[in-house]
Design a protein around this ligand. Structure first.
Ligand SMILES: NC(=O)c1ccc[n+]([C@@H]2O[C@H](COP(=O)([O-])OP(=O)(O)OC[C@H]3O[C@@H](n4cnc5c(N)ncnc54)[C@H](OP(=O)(O)O)[C@@H]3O)[C@@H](O)[C@H]2O)c1
Length: 395
């Protein structure tokens, strides 16, 4: 049908097409207008929901903060590896609460920079820069000698320092680097400081482990990963499992002394720990971006350590594994007392300490009594949960 044009009033105004309904046009315009706003409001609501969910998720990622305001004025504290990352944030909070902190770091320059920054921020002048390379048993012994000359008590020891997934290398004493630094160095340090901790009861030890222990196994036949070296799933995970077995064994040995020891997983934290990451540059950059949202901040990563170090409600609580400030049950291979005993004895030999317990009695088939079935139970079939020992003075 051709469109007939109806002149209006012959005044030269635009002619409207036949069938044109100005009211319908107005309604349509109104509807369009409404449609725009409807879309706008809908998208706004979706945006708000997405932001809310992201905020909620971020809060979950950051985990609970330690909020109790208790102070620890004058308490003597050692924190290892605290020039950066989780350790630095831990010292910052302890200094705010009045602690006297010995910062045990391997790089004196970086330690001094962190110390000055923390002193400026907290006005706490009781911070000390001390040299400690956990990859050298001599350095550990020198650190302890100097500390003991300065302090007669130790209220809190935080074994925080760590390295992850480095190429295979050896410590000064010839041990695989990750086991040497993360476990053996701290093993010697803690043992040498036990007498000072007992002078300050109730005192605490906090061991920073990792959820990576879930992938770990203690390779009795290849503890130094000579035959088979896996950077993360092998050596790092083994060292972090060793941290937990050490915590469990030590808590049993210290039973009734007033010294408690607990360990934790700090979460996945945006620190320098991945400095040995060897992937392509684009992957490093991508990881940096992703970590901004999906990783904890170092401050958030320090919260579980802080709870274990500070919370009065944990007085007397020992041998636990914590994550996001909550106690978690351990997988069977992380609470295997037989492996913990074996690792303890082996570690004593490796760092040159006298045995804290008499050697296990050998039975007829050459294996140690109360051991060797690998599932954490004794040879008699009863669960080996407690260890009755006399703790010798390590000084
Ligand atoms: N970040 C995470 O996602 C995560 C997850 C689970 C567990 N953890 C554990 O949390 C702890 C702290 O790690 P972080 O994330 O804070 O890492 P980080 O930023 O790399 O800090 C590690 C600290 O350990 C020190 N360190 C390394 N080797 C040492 C040695 N031989 N002697 C003495 N100090 C040494 C480092 O000193 P330099 O700066 O001089 O190297 C540094 O101060 C580690 O035990 C780690 O295994 C971290």
């Amino acid at each position: 049908m051709s469109e007939a044009v109806t002149p209006i009033g012959g005044t030269g105004t635009t002619a409207l097409p036949a069938g044109f309904d100005p009211t319908a046009e107005a309604v349509e315009k109104t509807l369009c207008f409404r449609g725009f706003w409807a879309w706008f409001v809908l998208l706004l609501l979706i945006g708000i929901c997405v932001l809310f969910v992201m905020w909620l998720l971020r809060k979950c990622i950051l985990g609970p903060a330690y909020r109790k305001a208790n102070r620890i004025d004058g308490k003597v504290v050692i924190v290892t590896g605290c020039n950066t990352g989780i350790g630095k944030e831990t010292v910052l909070e302890l200094a705010r609460r009045g602690a006297k902190v010995y910062m045990a770091c391997r790089d004196p320059g970086r330690c001094e920079a962190a110390r000055i920054e923390i002193m400026d921020r907290t006005q706490n002048q009781q911070l000390f820069n001390r040299s400690l390379d956990l990859g050298s048993l001599e350095s550990v012994r020198n650190f302890v000698t100097r500390f003991k000359a300065e302090e007669s008590r130790l209220d809190l020891l935080i074994n925080n320092a760590g390295i992850m997934a480095c190429p295979r290398s050896l410590t000064a004493d010839g041990y695989e680097q990750q086991l040497g630094v993360n476990h053996l160095g701290h093993f010697l340090l803690t043992n040498l400081l036990l007498d000072r901790l007992k002078q300050a009861t109730p005192s605490r030890i906090v061991v920073v482990s990792s959820a990576a222990h879930l992938f770990g196994r203690i390779h009795r036949e290849d503890l130094m990963s000579e035959r088979n070296y896996g950077k993360f799933f092998g050596a790092y995970s083994q060292s972090k499992l060793a941290n937990i077995l050490f915590t469990r064994k030590l808590s049993a040995l210290l039973h009734g002394t007033g010294v408690t020891v607990n360990c934790c997983h700090p979460g996945v934290v945006r620190t320098e720990l991945n400095r040995h990451f060897a992937g392509p540059a684009w992957m490093k950059s991508a990881l940096q971006v992703v970590s901004l949202y999906f990783f904890k901040t170092p401050k958030a990563g320090a919260q579980t350590t802080l709870r274990l170090a500070l919370d009065p409600s944990l007085e007397g609580s020992t041998g636990g594994y914590y994550s996001d400030s909550m106690r978690f049950p351990l997988v069977p291979w992380a609470r295997n007392t037989d492996t913990a005993d074996w690792l303890w004895r082996e570690s004593e030999k490796l760092v040159g300490l006298p045995p804290i317990e008499p050697p296990p009695v050998q039975n007829g088939n050459g294996s140690a009594n109360g051991s060797a079935n690998g599932n954490g139970s004794t040879g008699t079939g009863t669960p080996a949960e407690t260890v009755d020992t006399v703790v010798v003075n390590r000084s």
